[in-house]
Every structure is written in structure tokens, then in C-alpha cells.
Design a protein around this ligand. Structure first.
Ligand code: BTN
Length: 322
């Protein structure tokens, strides 16, 4: 085990011991359990305290009074060595791209507390203040590049289902990969791929979820889950449940039916929409999403167009023509 992994494992094990007992645990007991000196335990406790864990140090030992909802790697024991947390960065996409090019393994995840230059689709800014969940996954699916959109659709569907379960809200997917609650956007996804001619080298999927942050003031249709439910939600639980579900689905290799499943959870098909692409904006009725994830738009009398990349906005019923 390298030093970094040993360091993370120690935090995980100290917390597991403190959480299990729910009462004071002596330094002696921790040191015997973990096979390190009491001084080493004390140093780790100090680091945990500095990271926001409220650990009371008493003459009889240590008491964990509360933990921060910060997605530190040791909060994900099953995948700790592939989790990376930074308090503040430009964009998790930048860090993840570097790591992917250097050979980071499948399901390496970079999470940030705050992003200073969060990126959205179509060159937009993704505001990333404290309280939201911002992460990028490095994925290495064994797929030909043409099938890569299925991975994005699988991620958005698995995330919608996770948020429904964890936060008790009804989530719809909006083409291509936005998550909506009652026409309010709670999450967006950005993906970058590098491929050789016949196989994907990596797909990095970046996800921003407005969890406990104030919703971005300049985007009228955005909302945070806290704002919609009136409650604070655990970012650690959301991320952990999502990664487990999504990784299991990817490992199963069962992506053939993903578009059919996605269509059962979408709010886009049947809606009047405007679609913005790098070439401009069109309006019409969304009639289907094909097996490769392209949006089928009916623009005029029977005229159908497929749109592969863009952003779509549902037109509110009051603003529809005719
Ligand atoms: C969109 O809806 O326009 C996509 C938003 C994607 C935001 C996420 S936050 C984590 C990752 N890092 C970024 O800079 N962007 C993505």
C-alpha cells in the first residue's frame, strides 16, 4: 500500500471505530485496533478535526460528535483510492482530463467543494458555489466511439433515479442530460471523450448538482434540491449511491436498452421545444430520441430533423403557438 492510500485508510478506520461505538473510544483501543502508535492516532485526529470533524478529545479518549458533509475519499471506503477531493479548483474537468491522459483507472472521480471556472455545455459557465456537488468521472468503457452517448444517457438516468430515492423528489430527464424537477433544472452534465479509431480511450463525465447551494441567480429555470424540498441533503450519500448504481450498470455491459429506459423517464418527448446548437436555434416538437441519443424534432408540416448535439428548452404551454 502506498503512503497516500495508507493515510486515507487510517482516516476511514478511525472514523469507522468512532462511529461504531457512538461513545468515547480510547486512544489505546484505537492504537491497538489499527496497529499504530497513540501519537500517530492523535495526529490523524487533529487532521480530521481540521477537516471539519467535531471530535472531542477527553481524558478517556475521543468522541465523534458530528461529521461534515464533505465528500472526502475516506467517506467512500469501497472506492477510496479512486476518489479525489479538492476544496477549490478551476474545474474538475481540467484535473480529470490530466488524470485520464496519465492513465487513471476506470471510475476515478474528482470532486470539488467550489469551482472557480465551472464549465457548462455550449461554452456556458456553471456556477459552482459551496453546497453543490461538482464532480467528474473518468470512464473507460469498452465501446466503439459511436456508442459512447449511451454512457451519458445511462449516467443521467441512474442519477435521476438516485436523486428520486435519496431526496424523495420526482425527477425527469431533459434531452440530452439535464435533470429537472417541475421544469426547474437541478443538474447538468458535460462530457469529453478521447478515442482511437475504433475504441474509446476515455469518457470524462462532469456532473453539477444543485444540492444545498442557493440556486444560480441569473438562470431563471434553475433550482436547488434544498430550495425545492425545504431540506438539506447529504452530498456524500447522493454521490456514493449514484456511483455504486452507475458503476454496477456499466460493469453489467447492459446498455442496449438504456435509450428505452431513458425515454420512460423523460419529460422532453411530446413537448414543444427550442433547441440551441452551435449553428443557431430551431423550434419544433420533440417526437423521439433515437438509439444513438439524437433528438428527433418535427419542425414543420411533417418535416423531421435529427439533432445530435445541442441544448433543448421546453416551451411553456402558455407560450405555444396555435
Ligand atoms: C450544463 O448543464 O451545461 C453542464 C454542466 C456541467 C457542470 C459540471 S460541474 C462538474 C464538472 N466541472 C465543470 O466545470 N463542469 C462539470
Amino acid at each position: 500500500m502506498d503512503n497516500q492510500n495508507g493515510f486515507l485508510l487510517m482516516k476511514d478506520q478511525i472514523l469507522a471505530n468512532l462511529r461504531e461505538k457512538e461513545s468515547v473510544v480510547s486512544g489505546e483501543r484505537l492504537s491497538a485496533h489499527l496497529g499504530v502508535s497513540r501519537v500517530a492516532i492523535w495526529k490523524h485526529i487533529q487532521k480530521l478535526q481540521a477537516s471539519g470533524y467535531d471530535i472531542q478529545s477527553t481524558p478517556k479518549g475521543y468522541l465523534l460528535r458530528s461529521s461534515p458533509d464533505t465528500p472526502f475519499p475516506w467517506e467512500f471506503p469501497q472506492r477510496m483510492s479512486r476518489m479525489h477531493y479538492v476544496e477549490r479548483t478551476t474545474s474538475t474537468m481540467d484535473i480529470a482530463r490530466d488524470m485520464a491522459r496519465k492513465g487513471a483507472p476506470d471510475f476515478t472521480v474528482v470532486v470539488a467543494g467550489v469551482q472557480e471556472k465551472g464549465r457548462g455545455r455550449l461554452s456556458r459557465v456553471w456556477q459552482s458555489p459551496e453546497g453543490g456537488l461538482y464532480f467528474t468521472m473518468v470512464l473507460r468503457p469498452e465501446l466503439p466511439p459511436i456508442l459512447s452517448p449511451r454512457v451519458n444517457f445511462a449516467a443521467s438516468l441512474m442519477l435521476a433515479q438516485t436523486l428520486e430515492q435519496v431526496c424523495n423528489i420526482e425527477v425527469r430527464v431533459k434531452w440530452p442530460n439535464d435533470l429537472m424537477v417541475d421544469e426547474k433544472k437541478i443538474s447538468g452534465m458535460l462530457s469529453e471523450m478521447e478515442a482511437e479509431s475504433d475504441r474509446v480511450s476515455f469518457i470524462n463525465i462532469g456532473i453539477g448538482i444543485n444540492v444545498n447551494n442557493a440556486p444560480p441567480a441569473d438562470v431563471g429555470y434553475a433550482a436547488s434540491i434544498r430550495q425545492l424540498t425545504g431540506k438539506t441533503h447529504s452530498r456524500i450519500e447522493i454521490l456514493s449511491r449514484f456511483l455504486n448504481t452507475f458503476e454496477k450498470r456499466m460493469a453489467s455491459g447492459q446498455l442496449d436498452t438504456i435509450m428505452t429506459e431513458w425515454k420512460q423517464q423523460t419529460a422532453t418527448i411530446g413537448k414543444e421545444v427550442t433547441v440551441t446548437t452551435t449553428r443557431g436555434t430551431s423550434r419544433g416538437r420533440a417526437v423521439d430520441v433515437d438509439e444513438n441519443g439524437a433528438l428527433v424534432l418535427e419542425t414543420g408540416a411533417g418535416e423531421r430533423r435529427k439533432i445530435v448535439y445541442g441544448d433543448c428548452f421546453h416551451v411553456p404551454s402558455g407560450e405555444r403557438e396555435g
